[in-house]
Ligand binder design. Structure first.
Ligand SMILES: [Fe+2]
Length: 165
């Protein structure tokens, strides 16, 4: 197998994996949203993250569907990805919201790195046109990760306030 072919295979696999990650994120956020209603800022931001995850999954679909490559062969496998909703929900725990926020911060760090890897793989595979699309998704993830990190103290305070009622 030539280097270029190996790079393309690895890249396509990466796109598929990230599509599965986004699909899982969509299900997980959907599950968690009702329990975040008591935290309006967080709820709003998570709703935006949900919409963005749908867009990111669609972008990955588009990259996999691009004509002129064998990418389309993988389409079926991609759409067959199961939307698992177990994710990082901690049902029943009293500090569920805090745990979910911590898990979401970890998840965002994973996604930022994952898009970074895809950008390098796209370049190695000669799919330079894909770069800006991948960068856009990476920027979304960074923005959400930063927001969660900097709002963590506020969320903890809101949590304590609710507990004291
Ligand atoms: Fe995402």
């Amino acid at each position: 197998m030539s280097n270029a072919k190996r790079a393309m295979d690895t890249y396509l696999n990466g796109l598929r994996n990230q599509h599965a990650v986004e699909t899982q994120a969509i299900g997980t956020i959907q599950n968690e949203l009702p329990r975040m209603e008591a935290y309006p800022d967080l709820h709003t931001k998570m709703k935006i993250d949900h919409e963005r995850s749908v867009t990111q999954a669609a972008r990955l679909d588009d990259l996999l569907e691009k004509p002129g490559s064998k990418k389309s062969l993988l389409k079926e496998a991609v759409t067959g990805a199961v939307a698992t909703v177990a994710g990082f929900t901690h049902a029943g725990a009293g500090d569920e919201v805090l745990k979910n926020v911590l898990a979401a911060i970890g998840f965002k760090a994973y996604e930022i790195s994952s898009y970074k890897v895809l950008i390098v793989l796209a370049e190695a595979a000669g799919a330079d046109d894909d770069r800006s699309t991948l960068e856009q998704s990476m920027k979304d993830e960074q923005e959400m990760g930063d927001w969660l990190g900097s709002n963590l103290p506020n969320i903890v305070h809101a949590y304590l306030e609710r507990k004291s009622v």
